[in-house]
Design a protein around this ligand. Structure first.
Ligand SMILES: NC(=O)c1ccc[n+]([C@@H]2O[C@H](COP(=O)([O-])OP(=O)(O)OC[C@H]3O[C@@H](n4cnc5c(N)ncnc54)[C@H](O)[C@@H]3O)[C@@H](O)[C@H]2O)c1
Ligand SMILES: O=C(O)C[C@H](O)C(=O)O
Ligand SMILES: [Mg+2]
Length: 609
């Protein structure tokens, strides 16, 4: 069985490689000898054929036996050889996603400065004002298709991590390579280091400076409290070294002028690149989205990608109750967390309800933040949250008022769905989950979408244990399915924007879209929602398996592309013009998207001085 599976996977890889060779062609390299072996883009390790070793001055620098890609791949699985990393990643995405992406990427960010060995991506800081237009040309790749940009101000549910947040764009772009087949040479992670308001980081930096200064000036005490050399204390005070700009975050116009400058610089060099904004604190997430979405081809993944994935899941929960999709307008949904993600979800859900029931629709959405239920009585409500603040008249019947707590809200509303995007681990406690027993739904849904794992509103085990075995459960970070011990299992869905952002990016790129519209995002969400069969939905399975992420991305990408064409924002990509795109059938569009995906192959290397 295992051998059969392996040989099927191997022939799949070979046919992919044939396809990719046709797309990729030979590759020009401007280096020779050991320089090639030290360059991950070109290094094939023991896979260089003898003729290539001769041409590139590699003869004698490698063990003589040539190991084929297939053999290297097998060695990686068995012997931890890294040579066929991307292929292995793609073939085992379910196992590797939690390592290159959420939740491990959170841990990496928290320890990034200490782990730093060599740079990946570009860094722009407040000190680079006026220089960005020239700095952008320091990036060695001539072509860039996908950029993920962060300012590190809200990294997952971990808060402001300053420059250390660069791990997030890197993780997202690794997913672009694995899930969307974006050529890894054409991705660019960008960190905008405008300081940090994380007092601990600022204090750590200050402490280390003081200790360093102390060491230099006195040279008296040679050991610290645990007998470590004082010099070690200075650099390793918290296991970090200073990598970020040492200042509080820029604010207001000063901040925006920096973001303006980087956006102009990106656009000047790569006018067709797609820019994904990631993990910006709420005020800048909304402000920058409004500011740039009509001028550049960009989107905010936390607001828009998350909304699409959540909406697809919410529509699935309606189907799981055996009700028609139009019943979505009658679902009582309690959203916990009124930040960029929670508000993005509600905004898209509201659009869906309006489409189904017309502009007079009266959705049953309840929104809570750290101060409880948000109502019109609240002294200050963020403009983005204002449409969801409940009028007193609407909640009186429930016995609720401004600031009512989560448990009160769940007990009196008896929601169909309880959805968390608060970043607060465990906020769906036993009492809250037990209250979901009284839900008005025959299949109550619990979405604990905050990341990483410790920040999830509850675990999968807690949800099924306290809220009952008949619930539908989804979480942002992966959890194992839950064994009920009675021969039945509780299915865990991963409601994470990774199901959509690769397709949104790829579809926008291949359409040559000028901008990314709400309708393109809606097409992405509907495509994901329509993926599931009734039988799967009945079993509580709301999303397809991550194992087939490339197929999902191809379908989502095609839906986005077709919508871009329909809305006349597409301008074509490469040799494929708008006319050809508009004549493609649905299936042809999916094929077109698939044929543009990059696969890891060893191209023939041709040296050029
Ligand atoms: N699963 C996904 O695909 C996905 C996507 C985006 C964001 N997220 C996660 O969602 C979380 C929030 O992201 P964000 O960008 O909206 O953050 P944010 O900081 O903009 O918003 C957090 C919100 O939670 C509220 N909150 C804090 N404590 C609370 C409490 N005890 N009870 C109720 N509300 C509380 C805050 O008042 C705020 O409104 C993060 O953990 C992030 O990782 C998940
Ligand atoms: O990064 C993720 O896993 C999802 C999301 O973008 C988040 O910010 O939590
Ligand atoms: Mg994010």
């Amino acid at each position: 069985m295992w051998t059969m599976a392996r040989s099927a996977a191997s022939s799949l890889r070979q046919s992919r490689r044939r396809l990719s060779t046709a797309i990729n062609g030979p590759c020009i390299v401007h280096k020779r000898g050991a320089d090639i072996l030290h360059d991950p883009w070109f290094n094939k390790d023991t896979g260089f054929p003898l003729t290539e070793r001769d041409r590139l001055g590699l003869r004698g620098l490698l063990p003589p036996r040539v190991i084929s890609f297939e053999q290297q791949y097998a060695r990686f699985s068995e012997l931890d050889n890294l040579s066929a990393l991307v292929e292995v990643l793609m073939d085992n995405i379910k196992n590797f996603a939690p390592i290159i992406y959420t939740p491990t990427v959170g841990l990496v960010c928290q320890n990034y400065s200490g782990l730093f060995r060599r740079p990946r991506g570009m860094y722009f800081s407040a000190k680079d004002k006026g220089e960005m237009m020239s700095m952008i040309y320091n990036w060695p790749a001539h072509e860039v298709d996908m950029i993920v940009l962060t300012d590190g101000s809200r990294i997952l549910g971990l808060g402001d991590l300053g420059v250390q947040g660069i791990g997030i764009p890197i993780g997202k772009l690794d997913m672009y390579v694995a899930a969307a087949g974006i050529n890894p040479k054409k991705i660019l992670p960008i960190m905008l280091d405008v300081g940090t308001n994380n007092q601990k980081l600022l204090e750590d930096r200050l402490c280390k400076l003081i200790i360093k200064l102390y060491c230099v000036l006195t040279n008296v005490f040679r050991t610290g409290p645990n007998n470590e050399p004082v010099s070690q204390l200075a650099t390793g005070f918290t296991g970090r070294t200073d990598l970020g700009v040492r200042q509080p975050r820029l604010e207001g116009e000063e901040y925006l002028s920096i973001v303006d400058e980087i956006m102009e610089a990106i656009h000047a060099r790569w006018p067709k690149a797609i820019v994904q904004f990631e993990d910006f604190q709420m005020k800048w997430a909304f402000e920058t989205l409004d500011r740039y979405r009509k001028r550049f081809c960009m989107f905010n993944d936390d607001i828009q990608g998350t909304a699409g994935v959540a909406l697809a899941g919410l529509l699935g929960t309606v189907r799981s109750q055996g009700r028609p999709l139009t019943d979505f307008a009658n679902q009582k949904i309690v959203v916990v967390g009124a930040g960029s993600a929670g508000l993005g979800v509600l905004k898209m859900a509201l659009q869906a309800v309006s489409r189904m029931s017309g502009p007079t629709a009266d959705p049953q959405f309840f929104l809570l933040d750290k101060d409880g239920l948000i109502t019109k009585e609240r002294k200050y409500v963020d403009p983005a949250a204002a449409p969801f603040a409940k009028p007193q008249g609407e909640i009186q019947g429930y016995g609720l008022s401004e600031g009512s707590g989560l448990i009160e809200v769940v007990k009196s509303v008896k929601p169909h769905v309880l959805l968390g995007l608060s970043g607060v681990g465990g906020v769906f406690n036993e009492e809250v989950l037990k209250a979901m027993h009284e839900s008005d739904s025959i299949k109550p849904a619990i979405f604990a979408m905050s990341n990483p794992t410790e920040n999830a509103e509850c675990t999968a085990i807690e949800a099924f244990k306290h809220a009952g075995e008949n619930i539908v459960f989804a979480s942002g970070s992966p959890f194992e399915n839950v064994d009920f011990g009675n021969g039945k299992m509780g299915h865990v869905n991963q409601a994470n924007n990774m199901y959509l952002f690769p397709g949104i990016g790829l579809g926008s790129l291949l359409s040559g879209a000028r901008i990314i519209t709400d309708e393109m995002l809606q097409a992405a969400a509907e495509c994901l929602a329509s993926y599931m069969t009734d039988e799967e939905i009945q079993r509580g399975v709301l999303y397809p398996s991550i194992d087939i992420i490339r197929d999902i991305t191809a379908e989502v990408g095609a839906a986005v592309l077709r919508e871009a064409v329909a809305e006349e924002v597409a301008e074509g990509h490469g040799n494929v013009g708008i006319k050809e795109l508009s004549h493609m059938s649905k299936d042809e569009t999916v094929e077109y998207v698939k044929s543009n995906m990059w696969y890891p192959i060893y191209s023939t290397l041709v040296h050029e001085k």
